[in-house]
Design a binder for this molecule. Sequence first.
Ligand code: IPE
Ligand code: IPE
Ligand code: MG
Length: 237
Amino acid sequence: MVCGIRHLAVIMDGNGRWAKAHGKPRLAGHKAGADTLDRVMHWCREAGIRHLTVYAFSTENWKRSKDEVSGLMKLLGTYLRTKEKQLVKDGVRFRVIGRKGDLSAALQKKIAQVEEATKNGEWNLNVALSYGGRAEIVDAARKLADSFAADPAARAAFDADPEAAFAKCLYAPDLPDPDLLVRTSGELRVSNFLLWEIAYSEIYVTPTYWPDFDKAEFDKALEAYSHRERRLGGRLK
Ligand code: IPE
Ligand code: IPE
Ligand code: MG
């Protein structure tokens, strides 16, 4: 099936509430959420979606309890160790977007290693970690200012096409903008995710918690997308 979506972005929300509803610790919800991610990757490939970007940990999530943060970081490390071979085998290019420098040295090392091992993959999984849309824009602005200082041609390139030059300074400039942004757990907000990139993304929110997001839910999101008119500010004939 080809759904016309090149890039799907997902705010994987509701792990904590799912855990609570099942009388389990929050971390059990995050573990179940990691399994959902595996399934969604598979469905994306079946649907011909080549880029998947998922929000796993925001710049604001550091405010959570020490136990939850360390549990999540441990889970990320385990995820990378256990999935690395499969990612390579499946031709997945794994990338982290976000302030990687906020993560532990060990996790940064593992991420760099998996990014390197998967760099030739043709299918893209981008995991947003210590990610904030505002942080990304601020980091891009800093990068741009540094380039002006280092290279006079950078200023000319910016003046010629400011938005394109700015977008080149984002964390993963080669990615197309998301066509569809899905948020689970019913919250009607973007919570600082991909602020620049979702300018014209279609948005789909389901009340289902992320661990319960199944194939029927995935198909419903794609179905909803198929009925959207993407005018991009213009007019359809
Ligand atoms: C999303 O689930 C995962 C992360 C933010 C790490 P939550 O942990 O936010 O789950 P809820 O929103 O409390 O249910
Ligand atoms: C957004 O969810 C971040 C991730 C899913 C990783 P949050 O649960 O942190 O967002 P809020 O607090 O509901 O806005
Ligand atoms: Mg949440």
